[in-house]
Design a protein around this ligand. Structure first.
Ligand code: NAP
Length: 487
């Protein structure tokens, strides 16, 4: 790490738009700044795409689609495999870049680079396993052939909280399936995606297959592309509010959609749970990514007999977490993404305490530069508190006691979201019973981390549509074609 400098990793990134295999400035010459959330200072400027640049990027994706669809699956897989190896080789530089633009501690950024790379390794393997079918028609007079084809040019939109992994989770299966794409990272964290585009080009991805638009006008640039009709799919990861709006836009030309939206994860701890494991899992589920994860535990429901002990142990762990700039050795609590995030978290905590919640540790912002908020534990949180129904997206753990299993399940399911739920119990029957009754696309059963490229990630209810990763992840980028064969 010693040879890597902050200025060096930022300087090494191409900061223009990546269209048709070339780095180009925005047509109007505009740029916008990327800020370091730990200081509020600008790291650099990147190209600010206009709607005209958006059309150029879509033109490039459309032009490349027919040839790309004919590239052998093995070759598509090998490009991903090479990109995987480059990501792993450059993990230290890429992690520093990510920490600078997003704020999370270096160790977590490094973890995200590995996680992101694993999607490429996984989909490199999946590219050669796209299957089809053959059957005899029931009346015996014909034959059915079923084949899978790439959906076509795709629009991909990713959030700032996992600037690299949310991209590879879409790019990996799109490349494997033979789709071309236009990707738009969040304006707050464009550098990781630009670095990724350069790596994919180096790995041999043909011109026009991947096009990257950085812009301060996401709606203005993307809506015309969604309504254009030539892109056949939108894959979006972000908030439920924006997802809803994009679904409406997609209805116009009936685009296929994958929607990875917001969460409000309940974390249930029963009296029969291994308490050490539950506290460990709670720390992971709450503090991964400084609480800024769609999978973050948002509400802790703990059975009354152990709630005091659980709260005491969690508080002890939370108050010991070192806070600071993500580049500093040992830091666990980095800055939140921006001032608005700090204000939102502060407002949610104030609302909860006004309604009777007690602060066991933390509960305030930090003086000085950067968007810091203390690791916080609240107890006696009433169900009317706003943070019981809104995504906190910060390092705040609200605890509520429950008495019965039914009561815990009802509280857990009392949300429009359904991404992930966590359950801690040592009773096998209860574990399965509760897992089946929880309304969520994913369950962390005695573990605080569910994300895995080889598993189907996604939510139900207003947490989204479709799944990313696993053996089903590639299906999101494939159409099924049935050929009726006469004999
Ligand atoms: P966001 O505000 O919804 O933004 C997500 C992406 O959409 C960004 O690239 C954003 O660009 C873009 N965007 C915003 N408005 C748009 C519009 N009108 N048209 C087109 N694009 C638009 O979400 P975020 O704050 O970045 O991310 C946090 C949210 O993502 C949380 O709700 C979290 O739960 C969710 N998330 C879900 C998953 C999952 O897998 N389910 C994973 C990670 C995050 P700009 O920011 O540049 O405007």
């Amino acid at each position: 790490m010693s040879s890597i400098s902050e200025a060096g990793v930022v300087a090494a990134v191409d900061k223009e738009l990546f269209i048709g295999g070339k780095w180009v400035p925005a047509a109007n010459g505009k740029t916008f700044p990327v800020l370091d959330p730990s200081t509020g200072e600008a790291l650099c400027e990147v190209a600010d795409a206009s709607p005209a640049d958006g059309v150029s990027a879509l033109d490039a994706a459309v032009a490349a689609q027919a040839d790309w669809a004919t590239v052998a699956p093995r070759e598509r897989g090998e490009i991903l495999r090479r990109a995987y190896e480059l990501l792993i080789k450059r993990a230290d530089e890429l992690a520093l870049l990510m920490t600078l633009e997003m704020g999370k501690p270096l160790a977590e950024s490094k973890g995200e680079i590995t996680y992101a790379a694993e999607f490429f390794r996984w989909f490199a393997e999946e590219a050669v396993r796209i299957d089809g079918g053959f059957a005899v028609a029931p009346n015996g007079t014909g034959r059915f052939l079923v084949t899978k084809q790439p959906v076509g040019p795709c629009l991909l939109i990713t959030p700032w909280n996992f600037p690299m992994a949310m991209g590879t989770r879409k790019i990996g299966p799109a490349v494997a399936a033979g789709c071309t794409m236009v990707i738009k990272p969040a304006a707050q964290t464009p550098l990781s995606m630009l670095a990724l585009a350069a790596i994919l080009a180096e790995a041999g991805l043909p011109e026009g297959v991947l096009n990257v638009l950085t812009t301060s006008d996401s709606g203005g640039v993307m809506e015309p592309l969604i309504r254009d009709g030539r892109a056949r799919k939108l894959s979006f990861t972000g908030s439920t509010g924006v997802g809803r709006k994009l679904l409406e836009q997609c209805a116009d030309k009936v685009l296929r959609t994958s929607m990875e939206l917001g969460g409000n994860a309940p974390f249930l701890v029963f009296e029969d749970a291994d308490l050490d494991a539950a506290v460990e899992g709670a720390m992971t589920a709450k503090m991964r990514n400084i609480g800024e994860a769609c999978t973050a535990a948002n509400r802790f429901y703990v059975q009354r007999g152990i709630v005091d002990e659980f709260s005491r142990r969690l508080t002890q762990r939370m108050e010991a977490l070192p806070m600071g700039r993500g580049t500093e050795e040992g830091v666990v609590v980095g800055p939140l993404i921006d001032e608005a995030a700090v204000e939102k978290v502060s407002g949610l905590v104030a609302d909860a305490t006004e309604r009777g919640a007690r602060v066991l540790t933390g509960g305030s912002t930090v003086d000085g530069p950067g968007n810091f908020y203390q690791a916080t534990v609240l107890t006696d949180v009433p169900k009317e508190a706003r943070l019981a129904s809104e995504e906190i997206f910060g390092p705040v753990a609200p605890i509520t006691a429950f008495d019965t299993e039914d009561e815990a399940i009802a509280a857990a399911n009392d949300t429009e979201f359904g991404l992930v739920s966590y359950v801690y119990t040592s009773d096998l029957k209860r574990a399965l019973r509760v897992s089946e009754r929880l309304e969520a696309g994913m369950i962390g059963l005695n573990q605080g981390l569910v994300s895995n490229p080889a598993a189907p990630f996604g939510g139900i209810k207003q947490s989204g549509l479709g799944r990313e990763g696993g053996t089903v992840g590639i299906d999101e980028f494939l159409e099924t074609k049935y050929i009726a064969v006469a004999l």
